[in-house]
Design a binder for this molecule. Structure first.
Ligand code: AP5
Ligand code: MG
Length: 223
């Protein structure tokens, strides 16, 4: 099973992706995390990506598709995986199907309004070591600005400045939102309200996944 998390910046794809990974034992792939890692390591790819990311624009399709291809060919991804932040346009969605064509998929949109996105992202802090996600208002670390897991000092992402957030929201509406229609046509699209507590949103996603996994298991044994 391939679980694709759709939704605007700040809707909770990373947060929910981590919870799904823990509960269902499928590995999460976040293209944003992979790119930020390249930026931190100062690789050539990272230097190229950084310019686009800091403007809120999408990084080149070939770069991100290459990263995904590399990842999902590894043995630990053969049982399935969770996609956080990929695909982001129709070309990426099509390339994903070419790379891994047989896999059953489900696309879940975590819906959140633009206003709520702005509020959430200005309070987000992230661990530069293990990428754990916090929120100063509603999901703070135990010790102020220190990651609970790896004790590094939390940072504000470079693209979480208000002017960049606005550009990211714009790019989402212009280039990514169309994937809702794309997956609707394939009859694998589901929408979840993102404006609840982290636990409520996760309960709703879990119910949906339990139902769909049971259905896919049934289809498997009656084949
Ligand atoms: P990426 O890292 O994917 O960023 P994004 O899509 O903008 O999404 P975010 O990570 O900002 O938000 P999220 O939905 O993960 O929310 P989170 O769980 O953190 O991409 C960054 C950049 O990389 C892109 O702009 C682009 O340049 C490039 N890129 C990445 N993928 C690409 C691709 N495929 N193609 C081309 N370029 C690509 O939650 C947000 C905050 O809210 C946190 O503080 C969290 O604690 C809090 N929160 C979460 N859920 C709740 C809740 N239910 N209630 C209250 N608070 C909550
Ligand atoms: Mg994220």
């Amino acid at each position: 099973m391939r679980i694709i998390l759709l939704g605007p910046p700040g809707s909770g794809k990373g947060t929910q992706g981590d919870l799904i990974e823990k509960k269902y034992g499928l590995p999460k792939i976040s293209t944003g995390d992979l790119l930020r890692n390249e930026v931190r390591e100062r690789t050539q790819l990272g230097k190229e990506a950084e310019v686009r990311m800091n403007r809120g624009e999408l990084v080149d399709d070939d770069i991100v598709v290459g990263m995904i291809k590399d990842r999902i060919s590894k043995p630990e991804y053969q049982r399935g995986y969770i996609m956080d932040g990929f695909p982001r346009n129709i070309i990426q969605a099509q390339r994903l199907e070419e790379i891994d064509p047989e896999r059953r998929e489900i696309a879940i949109e975590i819906y959140l309004s633009d206003q709520a996105v702005l509020e959430r992202l200005s309070a987000r802090r992230t661990c530069p070591g293990c990428e754990t996600i916090y929120n100063l208002k509603n999901n703070p670390p135990k010790k102020e600005l220190i990651c609970d897991a790896c004790k590094k000092t939390l940072v504000l992402r470079d693209d979480d400045k208000p002017e960049v957030i606005k550009d990211r929201i714009k790019v989402y509406h212009e280039q990514t939102e169309i994937l809702k229609d794309y997956y609707s046509r394939k009859k694998v699209y589901f929408k979840i309200e993102g404006d609840g507590t982290i636990e409520t949103v996760f309960d709703n996603i879990s119910s949906l996944l339990d139902r769909e996994l049971a259905r896919s298991h049934e289809a498997e044994i009656t084949k």
